[in-house]
Design a protein around this ligand. Sequence first.
Ligand code: ATP
Ligand code: MG
Length: 424
Amino acid sequence: MIPEQDLNNRALKVLRTLKQHGYDAYIVGGAVRDLILDLHPKDFDVATNATPEQIKSVFKNCRLIGRRFRLAHIYFGREIIEVATFRGSHESAEHDSHAQTADCGRILRDNVYGTLEEDALRRDFTINSMYFDASAMEVVDYAEGFSDLKKKLIKLIGDPEQRYREDPVRMLRAIRFAVKLGFNIASATEEPIKRLSHLLSNIPPARLFDESLKLFMGGKALATYEKLCEYRLFQVMFPLTAEAVAKDDSGRAQAMLVQALKNTDIRIAQEKPVTPAFLFATFLWEPVRQLIENNTNERRSENEIYYEAAEEIAREQAQIVSIPKRFSMPMKEIWRMQPRFMSRSGKRPFRLLEHQRFRAAYDFLLLRADSGEVDKEIADWWTRFQEVDPAQRSSMLIKQPKKRKHSRGKHNKHGRNKHLPPQA
Ligand code: ATP
Ligand code: MG
């Protein structure tokens, strides 16, 4: 069923070493699923009856990690093989310090060890619950995973509602695997999602950030986004975006989002780099833009208005999905650079061109222009400004009319606010 040459040598070595020390060990989860489907596994996970401490005593290149879910990482240069001890059921250990469940049923700590069969039944989907025994070249399948794989079915093990309450992230995983594999979600697994989607808001924001990368950086961002919206999950993860896009009658915000997701998928297919900073910038742009529009205020400079809107939206979003600084800083910078594209005279365009974040901010401008939010003529000007011989750039500058001493224009008094995004 699984050709030997497809197996990862490091994972095989881990299995062999554990066996030599008298433990059981299997390749498990996504790797087994992907190998049977003839896909390339992203990573190889190992499950064993050895405890984390026992694993550590067997491998020199091993570190124990995690509190909520303690496991071992075995290092081979940059490659890591994750080794987890079989988990048992929580029911038998309700008051144990190794297991902890919140009032809503969410599992907070999952360090109760158990047998292979118990481990199989506490995994999320049947297709993720197969174990490969490399010495016997045999798949151990307690949850009818193989049959569901053949039926192309994403099916939770056990009672779906209870499993989602234990860990609401499983709702996101159901969508992710359905899109990634082109499978259907079994009806009983599908049914509770819309009803329980709000439970996602109890998940630590850092974990939701990790999940959002898996959702949108896997090469099928657009299809994933559509499914997440259908099941009301996107609305819980990105409520500001959902509200702002719904408010925008022009349809431009939705068009920009869809285009950004398509571009991400194309870039990943071409193995070009994608940065979460840019994707999050597009997700949150409409809320930022609307806030800026509402804050158009004579007493504050355009810079201030952009700065504060960027901070406010980033801060609010971080309550649900936290974006690490290394992405949120460039994200905010991309937004704050947008008005600078409106100046096409004097030294300013040259300074902008030299900016380290110019490329990302320009790509962002193109998206805005494509959706109709910004004049296409402005985006085209910037495209040409980069392409022409540097010596010719000065000739492209737009002559500014001489400033009149007593401008009557409400917003033009100090050249402020005139570059704000157009009204929706
Ligand atoms: P991917 O291709 O994204 O790596 P995967 O199935 O390997 O998919 P991982 O997140 O690497 O997913 O998890 C490895 C395995 O751990 C899963 O196959 C599943 O058996 C189990 N697992 C992961 N997350 C959960 C969860 N939230 N609840 C129950 N089991 C889980
Ligand atoms: Mg995996």
